[in-house]
Ligand binder design. Sequence first.
Ligand SMILES: [Zn+2]
Ligand SMILES: [Zn+2]
Length: 305
Amino acid sequence: MKSLGLFQTENYRAREVDAASKLTSPICSSLASQAALGTMHGKAAALLPSFANIGVDLVVPNDLDTDAFGTFTGETKRQGTMLDAARAKARAAAQLTGLTIGIGSEGSYGPHPFVPFIPAGRELLVWHDTRSGLDIIDMMIDETPSFAHRDIKEIADAEDFLRAIDFPDQALVVSAIGAELILAKGIRDQSTLLDATRRAISLSPTAQARLQTDMRAFMNPRRMVVIAKLGERFAKRLTTLCPVCNHPGWGWVGTRDELCCSACGCQTQLPSHDVMSCVACHAEQLVERSIGAEADPTFCPSCNP
Ligand SMILES: [Zn+2]
Ligand SMILES: [Zn+2]
């Protein structure tokens, strides 16, 4: 397997790290009927329907503080990768409910990895089996996330920004620039916004407030939409059995990048196949992405070194 898209590397890392233990893990052929969802930000509402469709009840523990695994506003730094954080939530939820399956979710928002100056979001879901240690993982990229900020000296400077992000459906976080101070989160009304902005400006050494989109799922309607879509795709994956061992979770894990040059036939680094795989027995199947496709010589290491 050669290079993978940036978004897929964690799937692969997980497969490599856990490969040894997974080879000896017990093989199951049916899904658990209950799973613990490690969430406190309302994600259950987005995920419940898809899981109900495949006969899995999601149980949300009352006393799980997922902020302990990292916050978007930086009070608590996330430990490890997105997958580490999602798996930790899944394990904690399983432990609190006494169930063997935990589901964890994690979002990450920042600059787009390939396109300069535009933001992108990644949403990851993991189904973690605490007995076998197996993870079934899927990730979705959102190229139009609700993820933005505006630095202002007075509230009038924010009018177009507030319209663009769809305030108050999309909630805001207000902080004082230069003071590392968050004045308020989850702001969804004008008077709280005005009050927090005034206080931020007065506390900031440069007299500036930062207004940023609240990235917690229940405060960010766009995230809820993407998590719901990911849930649908994930449910399909969970009910797709490995053709070799019948374990649930057969699906796409990455690409093989060996598309041949149309001029000289050399291999380029463009994707030629999708790789489908099983988390339990590691069977793999290559599916040609586009039958008979060839790479433009621009991307060929021999024709265009
Ligand atoms: Zn060539
Ligand atoms: Zn298998």
